[in-house]
Design a protein around this ligand. Structure first.
Ligand code: NAD
Length: 435
């Protein structure tokens, strides 16, 4: 099939490369011409395991091309995926201006009927707006020259860090459309993945995405609340999570206590879902509490650091891990940002290291010192904070770390280490939900 993907970020690039690998003729388009130049020079602007090789293979086979030319992308495709950002507005709702721009662009350019697919995460009823714009733009409807474009909601569930694998081996593919033709085309497009397909109307598909992310965020906040009770009573949250997770109705995923969720999806999607509910006349108080617990988790962690060091002013703090989770360089809404800001506000001097996110961090964090590796960050530190559970950190030489530090304080926000072992090494070890 001839496919275009508008927006070549984490989702657009992965979707484009995977569709090409499935044998389709794909153009990935982006408004950011610098990004397109990078892609056309054979480089990949994001760190995502397996993506570089997949892009290289399919670009060489001429099944995958990159362009900043929107018209070329629209004219090329029978199916146009919209994968632009839907960032949060200050009132919690999703900023849909990028989606609107792309939709108006398609309506103005497309002379043949297109299948227009919402790949971005959008609030329920966005599909209706897209349909309206495609139907009515340029006075087409008034002139009786309507082009029968078709709209599909096909939310994406990939996770950064395992995005290619998630895209190619999804738990389910959700296809929401009111058009039989579009449904048949989407079924054919995804058939090679041999995954379970769920067919719905557009609105239900839109809600499936927000409801799924909000449910997972709820699980995370739930176990973090349990972790706080464990700390106060001397129980161990890992044992509690294991005992809960073995119940098939609960399952063990998303039951790791830590610093709470971050990244480009959960925080904004929970915000957006609360906003959508409010607009439709329902107060989603449960999700407001989920958000509150998530934010509190970062503050509780900063307080633990403060309790361990007494006064934070002029203390040297090494931070290991900046990305919102391992195997990605994505820093968007990462807990590390709030935690570092809070420490700096108290006058601490922060030195940081992350295996992949250092470049991105430079555009976000102020007045931090960037280190070359773990040991560099530990040097003369009064405390060492683990904020992302990169595998690299699990293998560090703890004896060497202790020798390098000024005070042997380790605050492990991701429960990477075994408390007993760390204490045997002589660390003052603080973690989440475990004594
Ligand atoms: P991103 O910021 O990495 O990429 C978005 C891209 O769209 C950018 O490269 C930007 O330049 C481009 N863009 C913006 N306006 C454009 C326009 N008018 N024309 C062409 N390109 C334009 O974002 P992302 O992480 O890929 O997320 C995209 C969407 O997918 C969001 O709605 C997000 O919620 C959703 N999503 C993201 C993930 C994830 O893990 N990142 C997972 C599932 C769903």
């Amino acid at each position: 099939m001839k496919i275009s993907v508008v927006g070549s970020g984490y989702v657009g690039l992965v979707a484009g490369a995977c569709f090409a690998d499935m044998g389709n003729d794909v153009i990935c388009q982006d408004i950011d011409s610098k990004k397109i130049r990078v892609l056309n020079s054979g480089k990949v602007p994001i760190f995502e395991p397996a993506l570089r090789k997949l892009i290289e293979k399919n670009a060489n086979a001429r099944r995958l091309r990159f362009t900043a030319d929107f018209g070329k992308a629209v004219n090329h495709a029978d199916v146009i995926f919209i994968a632009v950002g839907t960032p949060p507005r200050t009132d919690g709702g999703a900023d849909l201006s990028y989606i609107e721009n792309v939709t108006r662009g398609i309506a103005a350019i497309a002379k043949e009927p297109k299948i227009v697919v919402e790949k971005s995460t959008v609030p329920v009823l966005t599909g209706e707006k897209i349909e309206q714009i495609l139907r009515c733009s340029n006075g087409n409807a008034a002139k009786g020259k309507c082009i029968p474009h078709m709209v599909v909601s096909n939310p994406e569930f990939l996770r950064e860090g395992s995005a290619v694998k998630d895209f190619l081996e999804p738990d389910r593919i959700v296809i929401g459309t009111n058009s039989e033709k579009a449904r048949a085309v989407m079924r054919k497009l995804y058939a090679p993945l041999k995954a379970k397909m769920v067919f719905t109307d557009i609105k239900s598909a839109e809600i499936i995405k927000h409801a799924s992310n909000s449910f997972l965020a709820t699980k995370i906040s739930f176990i973090n609340a349990i972790a706080n009770i464990c700390e106060k009573t001397g129980a161990n949250v890992e044992e509690v999570a294991q005992g809960m997770g073995l119940d098939k109705r609960i399952r063990p995923n998303f039951l790791s206590a830590g610093l709470g969720y971050g990244g480009f999806c959960f925080p904004k999607d929970v915000d957006a879902f609360i906003w959508i509910a409010q607009r439709s006349g329902y107060d989603f108080a449960l999700l407001r509490e989920v958000q509150k617990i998530n934010q509190l988790q970062r503050q509780i962690f900063v307080k633990k650091v403060e309790d361990a060091l007494w006064v934070l002013r002029d203390k040297k703090i090494g931070v290991l891990g900046l990305a919102f989770k391992p195997n990605t360089d994505d820093m968007r809404f990462a807990p590390s940002i709030d935690i570092i800001n809070a420490l700096q506000l108290e006058g601490a001097k922060v030195r940081v290291y992350d295996p992949q996110a250092m470049e991105r961090a430079k555009g976000i964090l102020q007045n931090v010192e960037y280190c070359n590796n773990t040991y560099d960050a530990a040097k003369d530190a009064d405390a060492l904070l683990f904020l992302t559970e990169w595998d690299e950190f699990r293998k560090i030489d703890l004896q060497k770390v202790k020798r390098l530090m000024r005070q042997p304080v380790v605050c492990d926000g991701r429960n990477i280490f075994n408390p007993k072992q760390l204490r045997q090494f002589g660390f003052n070890y603080i973690s989440i939900g475990r004594l």
